[in-house]
Write a protein that binds this ligand. Structure first.
Ligand code: NDP
Length: 246
């Protein structure tokens, strides 16, 4: 049953990786959490079970963030279950490597559909529904600063996300809702490891002066800061969280 006294957070892409760590952290911070995912029901249910074991409240909701009707249903379900939405973290995302070539246009469309169209749809519903003093947090990427070959579609999608964040912060003038992005450097998740050799992983891990990959919990801690009372004066910003990789 809804307990509108407890703040509620939506974390998209919370079955795995950074989203899962963020859902756990926000639950520990006291939020009731909606754990969104695309297809991995058992992993999403595991995130929920882990939150409940720690004494928190959570609900898994499947929705492809690139699908307008699915996103409408997702937000309706949060309001029905928890009675309010205070924080929206859009962590769902995909990364595929391919050069900028005519034949790879399908990969661009797929990437933009989840990473950019999905961000638009989630941010749009968040703008409609998030309570006064709420927070909207998108995930970008520090790889924007690198321009590595093969990252064209991914970088284009995340550059778009950074643009949306700044515009939405302005569009929400007067409502006391902060909109920011966290832009991690390489983080040890499936998204990062997929398709990379051990040598590639080692060489990318070595880019930061700290000479290692980030961990999902290290990104979740920054999201928690932005979502909590100490982050209240941060608005319209892109926080690069990457161990010093420039
Ligand atoms: P993972 O691949 O570990 O997890 C991706 C998550 O997104 C899963 O929960 C997946 O659900 C969900 N997802 C994917 N597509 C959709 C969709 N269309 N609708 C709803 N959910 C979807 O990724 P990370 O945790 O590594 O990445 C999280 C975010 O951080 C992404 O936006 C990524 O671009 C960004 N990022 C990651 C970095 C890294 O090095 N890992 C670095 C910089 C940024 P399911 O399990 O059901 O498939």
């Amino acid at each position: 049953m809804a307990n509108p006294a407890q703040k509620a957070a939506l974390v998209t892409g919370a079955s795995r990786g950074i989203g899962r760590a963020t859902a756990l952290k926000l639950a520990a911070d006291g939020f009731a959490v909606v754990v969104n995912y695309a297809g991995n029901t058992s992993l999403a249910e595991q995130t929920v079970a882990d939150i409940e074991t720690l004494g928190g409240r959570a609900l898994a909701v499947q929705a492809d963030i690139g699908d307008m009707e699915a996103v409408e249903r997702l937000f309706a379900q949060i309001l029905e279950t928890f009675g309010r939405i205070d924080v929206v973290v859009n962590s769902a995302g995909i990364m595929q490597m391919a050069k900028i070539a005519t034949d790879n246009i399908g990969m661009l469309d797929k990437t933009l559909s989840t990473n950019l169209r999905g961000s638009w749809l989630v941010m749009a519903k968040a703008a409609e529904t998030v309570s006064e003093d709420g927070r909207i947090i998108a995930l970008s990427s520090s790889v924007l600063g690198k321009s590595f070959p093969g990252y064209g579609a991914y970088i284009a999608s995340k550059a778009g996300v950074e643009g949306l964040v700044k515009v939405l912060a302005n569009e929400l003038r007067g409502r006391n809702i902060a909109v920011n992005a966290v832009a991690p450097g390489p983080v040890a998740t499936e998204l990062f490891f997929e398709g990379k050799s051990e040598e590639q992983v080692a060489s990318i891990a070595n880019l930061a002066p700290f000479e290692r990959l980030g961990q999902p919990a290290e990104i979740a801690d920054v999201v928690s800061f932005l979502a909590g009372p100490k982050g209240r004066w941060v608005n319209g910003q892109i926080l690069r969280v990457n161990g010093g990789m420039v």
